[in-house]
Design a protein around this ligand. Structure first.
Ligand SMILES: [Zn+2]
Length: 203
């Protein structure tokens, strides 16, 4: 906690002063962020760092392996779906980016099986991506399977977004756009999903 509080003091001394007017305006007028990024919880793939955003610009949902579950309005507790509903139906967000990343521990569980200590929640959560696993196992080079699975998970999450009727309607009318991207931690480079299903570097 001390390290975090030291960071808070630096924030108050510098960045808060820079952002003060913006934060006051956001407090008075409310937020209207222009993008929702759905990212992994991995501490190395922070969407605010990657997209260099300021407060009020971007919403983020973070979960294990940036997975979107299928639409299932039942009695279970759906944290990711609740955040999607708030972003899309309440805030009218105009674009959603599913952001995957390299060296993803959740995807490793998907490929290699779940260690005992992840059996309560991570393993059943990752089973949502079984289809992405199947596709990644068909990847020709075994050394590329992890990255292939990470990118297949992004595509699966994008497909699952369209199972939410209020997302599908907005995508069909052009009010909402969906994107996929993958971040390489070591090189700090971002690849963006293209209409042909490939991922290519941002020029
Ligand atoms: Zn991850």
């Amino acid at each position: 906690m001390e390290t975090l509080l030291a960071g808070y003091r630096r924030f108050r001394a510098a960045r808060w002063l820079e952002q003060r007017q913006r934060l006051e305006a956001l407090a008075d007028q409310g937020q209207s962020p222009q993008a929702l990024v759905l990212a992994c919880i991995d501490s190395r793939a922070d969407p605010a760092m990657i997209f260099d955003t300021v407060p009020g610009q971007m919403l983020s949902i973070r979960n294990v392996a940036n997975l979107v579950p299928p639409y299932a309005p039942d009695v279970a507790y759906h944290g990711t779906s609740a955040a999607l509903e708030f972003a899309v139906r309440v805030l009218g967000i105009p674009q959603i980016v599913v952001l995957g990343h390299g060296l993803c521990g959740g995807v490793r569980v998907l490929l290699e099986g779940a260690p005992h200590e992840t059996r309560d929640f991570v393993a059943p959560w990752m089973s949502l991506a079984a289809e992405a696993r199947e596709r990644a196992l068909r990847c020709e080079r075994p050394e590329e399977r992890q990255q292939c699975a990470e990118q297949e998970v992004i595509k699966l999450s994008l497909a699952n977004l369209l199972t939410f009727p209020w997302i599908a309607e907005r995508v069909a009318s052009g009010a909402l756009r969906l994107h996929g991207a993958w971040f390489a931690i070591r090189s700090g480079t971002l690849l963006v999903l293209q209409p042909d299903g490939s991922f290519s570097a941002v020029p």
